[in-house]
Structures are given as structure tokens and as C-alpha cells.
Design a protein around this ligand. Structure first.
Ligand code: IMP
Length: 184
């Protein structure tokens, strides 16, 4: 049996409301996949999934991409279990693939302050890829402290703490198929 959005809401009373439903997410990911497929029709890009939060987005996005591509994974941490950014970005797992002269698409769950993605982009540039673009499911624009360019954005959201579709609170609730807001 699979749970739909309403069943999860009933089961988890700490969820205040659904900000973006699973249907809206899937529709938008299909559009993003089509756009990426057009942009990379002459290339074999490497999608780099930023763990842990981007794994559901990577899985669904790449299934909507029709051009040949590869995937690789990188783990970083910028949050420490709570809801506040520490501003500290630590590389916990590095790439397996050589990205020199390759087209890279960094896949992120959410861009909040932008510190994580700015740090990663800077680091990966030193390995001389042909290009780096960023695909983020969520853009929490009001929280941004720098000016990192995002190429593919799923949804702009307000500066609220969200869970679901890869995003956790204290390592839980990544499995929710929608983006939800917790009760304060
Ligand atoms: P940034 O460096 O501030 O842009 O933060 C990016 C990372 O912080 C994301 O990859 C998430 O892991 C985490 N994060 C930011 N906002 C939220 C949120 O609302 N819910 C859960 N995690 C978040």
C-alpha cells in the first residue's frame, strides 16, 4: 500500500500544511526534465546528487531526462540536526568520477542561504569541468546571502522550514512525497 498526501497528513499531526503537493512536484519535475533534455542534447552530462536531501529529486528528475547521462554522488553537511544554518560546509563524501571537461548538473533539494552550493561550485570549478549548472527543487530566495546563479528551479518558496521530498527534520521525514510545513 502506498500513502497519498492526505493519508500522510492524517498520520502525522505535526505537519501543519502541505506547501507543494506530490502531484505539483511530479508535474514540475517532468517540465524540468524536458528542459534539461533540450539543453543537453549534444552532451552526456553528469548529474551530481548532493546527499542526502537530493536523492528523491535526482531519481525522479533523471527518469524524466531523455539524453544519455551519468550520475554521481557527493555528501556535504551544513546543518546540524536543527533548523538553523551553521554556515559551516563539510565535504563528507567526494565524487567517484573525473569531471574534467564534463558538463555537470549539481542537483540540490533546496537553496537556502546559498552557502552550500556556492562553496561546492567553487570547489568543483578547480577540477576544470566544461560547465556547471545547478538544478534545485526549491529556492528559498528570501534567505539568500549570496548571488549564486540557479539554472533550473522547481519552486520558489518563502523563508519557512520545510520537510519532505528529501528534506529532513532531525534526519526524519525525507520520505514524504510532498513539501510540508511543520507546526511551530
Ligand atoms: P544553504 O547552504 O543555506 O543554502 O542550505 C542548504 C542545505 O540546508 C540544504 O541542502 C538542506 O539540507 C538544508 N536546508 C535548508 N533549508 C531547509 C529546510 O527548510 N528544511 C530542511 N533542510 C533545509
Amino acid at each position: 500500500m502506498t500513502f497519498d498526501d492526505q493519508e500522510y497528513l492524517k498520520r502525522y499531526s505535526f505537519i501543519e500544511r502541505i506547501l507543494i503537493s506530490s502531484e505539483e512536484i511530479q508535474k514540475r519535475i517532468r517540465q524540468m526534465g524536458n528542459e534539461i533534455s533540450k539543453d543537453y542534447k549534444d552532451s552526456t552530462p553528469i548529474f551530481i546528487c548532493i546527499l542526502k536531501g537530493a536523492y528523491p529529486f535526482l531519481a525522479d528528475l533523471t527518469r524524466c531526462v531523455s539524453v544519455e547521462h551519468e550520475v554521481d554522488f557527493m555528501a556535504v553537511s551544513s546543518y546540524d540536526g536543527g533548523t538553523q544554518s551553521t554556515g559551516v560546509v563539510k565535504i563528507e563524501k567526494d565524487l567517484k568520477e573525473n569531471i574534467t571537461n564534463r558538463d555537470i548538473i549539481l542537483v540540490e533539494d533546496i537553496i537556502d542561504t546559498g552557502l552550500t552550493i556556492a562553496h561546492l561550485t567553487e570547489l568543483l570549478q578547480t577540477r576544470n569541468p566544461r560547465s556547471i549548472r545547478i538544478a534545485a527543487l526549491l529556492d528559498k530566495k528570501p534567505a539568500r546571502v549570496n548571488d549564486v546563479p540557479l539554472h533550473y528551479i522547481g519552486f520558489e518558496i518563502p523563508a519557512e522550514f520545510v520537510i519532505g521530498f528529501g528534506l529532513d527534520y532531525d534526519e526524519k521525514y525525507r520520505n514524504l512525497p510532498f513539501i510540508g510545513i511543520m507546526k511551530g
